[in-house]
Design a protein around this ligand. Structure first.
Ligand code: AMP
Length: 563
């Protein structure tokens, strides 16, 4: 049974397997490697994942969800067609789709995966990701930090033999910057820094707002469907700017509109976003104790790295030219695939050792003498410690003859505990002594999978208490998980048969909503032909009509883009 590597992205997801010494990307039913991380509930209750769901963003916004990765590990609920889903349940549909595509491609069952997560994901988010895997019927023993995965691929591809790398991973919703060393076959993540709310989606919004500004409209006054449609246009325009200096873009928004945007404008629109990106880079460098001059190569990863303004920003802000690794979209999935191969103990990867770092600080509460209600965080394992890591801290009683100590375990970088995430607590009966006389040892062991073992001992009484912490805040219990797995089984993924026709119909519906006049009538005619062809139930007739429909839609969209 193969283990697959999965890049569960905010915008797109993809899977990879390690076969015969090579990473092999797994195509979906459309033959594409990237599956949009979009989920839509169809009228019959079945679930669309990917391209069809993405088309339905415009036509069925109330039944469709995207970018839910941003809410992993929170208690946010998405309501789709009256049904309620957590972000991990929506992610589980994406994972289930990738698993089914992989099973079809490989011709064997897939029950285990290595999933990549942004390096900056906290424990809740990591657990939510594992839970999403379990809900999709996948055992997820290993998560891999996205920049580690990128570095793993980059080193295997041999772009740069050995040295220090700065991985700039700019996706749809997240930016991760890491400093990675690769020497003697050991890949070591020296430091990671990130922003979970900075990505290509923000550029789409900037462009959409610019469109509105040019059309003298207020972006915030637009209806939900109009915003969704405008964001799609903005994203297309942004992609065009990757290969063209200037784009004159035509779209429908209360009539036909035409706006010209060039890369210089995009750079200005994104100035505040780049300022934030610069802070992330500076943070990663500072944590690693390196300067930009010490970095041998900058590796660009993630869909948003394809924007020329990113290279321009690195050049102007840091005086460095970036090296774009092959397929910035695919590099993380390939790394997850290699890691799956390491996990399967593939012979070709025997020499490869991967060390990783803990991206956040773990510590406990200590008393704040100035304000007893507002305890301070005492770090035990500091961020960027190499994993697995085991560290001890020593503490004492704050009152005479105190009988019990309440040790709360926190994750985060804030000075006050309230700024961090509480992972759990341990209560320990201690020997009754005068203030400051107890000797309490707190030992944290954080393993490669992000599981924290906390042990607390009263060194005088030789009493010890342990807790395995996995950040229970939003976690399901075993029974709840089982129940939800059963419930989710009722949601069937739309079958792959006839999926191209469904995509054409969904696309036609979207174009019908987005267009007016002659173009809308063309869409109507094509849709009519398609429905008629489907009525014949003749495969050849349907296939011919489908080809024609796709060509017309391409023409309509192409014309719209390049007028
Ligand atoms: P990822 O999360 O790595 O899949 O990145 C997705 C983001 O990359 C989205 O915001 C896309 O709009 C953006 N993206 C993908 N391809 C391009 C391109 N050619 N030019 C600009 N942005 C792109």
């Amino acid at each position: 049974m193969a283990i697959i590597g999965i890049d569960l992205g905010t915008t797109n997801s993809l899977a990879c397997v390690f076969q015969d010494g090579y990473t092999v990307l797994i195509p979906n039913s459309f033959g594409k490697m990237l599956t949009p991380s979009v989920v839509s509930v169809a009228e019959d209750g079945s679930i669309y994942v990917g391209a069809v769901a993405k088309e339905r963003m415009v036509t069925h916004p109330g039944a469709t969800a995207a970018s839910f990765k941003r809410y992993m590990g929170t208690n946010r609920i998405f309501e789709l067609s009256g049904r309620r889903f957590t972000p991990q349940e929506l992610s589980s549909f994406v994972l289930r789709q990738l698993r089914e595509d992989a099973e079809r491609f490989l011709g064997e069952e897939v029950r285990e995966a290595v999933i990549s997560v942004p390096a900056y994901f906290n424990n809740n988010q990591r657990y939510a990701t594992k839970e999403a895997g379990e809900l999709a019927g996948l055992k997820v023993e290993r998560l891999i930090n996205e920049p580690s995965a990128a570095a793993l691929t980059a080193s295997r591809l041999g772009g740069k033999e050995e040295g220090s790398f700065l991985v700039f991973d700019f996706g749809g919703g997240t930016l991760d910057v890491s400093v990675v060393d690769y020497f003697d076959n050991v890949i070591e993540i020296i430091a990671v820094s990130g922003d979970n709310h900075l990505g290509g989606d923000d550029f789409d919004e900037k462009i959409a707002r610019y469109f509105c500004e040019q059309c003298r409209m207020s972006y915030s006054d637009l209806a939900l469907e109009e915003k969704a449609s405008l964001l799609q246009h903005a994203e297309k325009c942004k992609r065009e700017l990757s290969s063209l200096k200037e784009v004159t873009y035509t779209f429908e928004l209360h009539g036909e509109r035409k706006v010209t945007v060039d890369n210089a404008r995009l750079a200005r629109l994104g100035q505040d976003l780049f300022d934030r990106a610069a802070q992330v880079i500076t943070g990663a460098l500072s944590d690693s104790g390196r300067r930009m001059e010490d970095v041998d190569e900058i590796i660009l990863v993630g869909g948003s790295s394809k924007m020329p303004v990113v290279g321009f920003f690195l050049l102007t802000a840091f005086g460095r030219e970036a090296h774009t690794a092959a397929s910035p979209d695919e590099i993380v999935a390939m790394g997850a695939g290699i890691y799956a191969g390491i996990k399967e103990r593939k012979e070709e990867l025997r020499d490869l050792v991967l060390t990783d770092t803990c991206p956040f600080t773990l510590g406990i509460n200590v008393v704040n003498p100035a304000d007893h209600q507002n305890p301070i965080m005492s770090p035990i394992i500091e961020r960027n410690s190499i994993l697995p890591s085991s560290k001890k801290g020593y503490y004492t009683n704050i009152r005479d003859y105190q009988e019990e100590m309440e040790i709360k375990i926190y994750q985060g970088e804030g000075y006050y505990c309230r700024e961090n995430i509480c992972l759990g607590e341990i209560r320990l009966d201690i020997a009754k002594k005068k203030k400051g006389e107890n000797r309490i040892e707190v030992c944290f062991t954080y393993d490669i999978n992000g599981i924290l073992l906390a042990e607390v001992s009263d060194l005088d009484r030789k009493i010890r208490k342990q807790a395995v912490l996995s950040s229970g805040q939003f976690r399901l219990s075993e029974e709840e998980l089982k129940r939800r797995v059963e419930e989710l089984k009722d949601f069937k993924l739309a079958p792959p048969g006839g999926i191209r026709t469904k995509l054409a119909l969904a696309r036609g519906e979207r174009l019908f909503v987005q267009m007016t006049g002659e173009r809308r009538r063309a869409v109507e005619m094509v849709m009519g032909n398609l429905h008629a062809a489907m009525g014949t139930q003749n495969d050849q007739t349907i296939a011919n009509c489908l080809k024609e429909a796709e060509a017309v839609f391409d023409f309509l969209e192409g014309k719209e883009r390049r007028e």
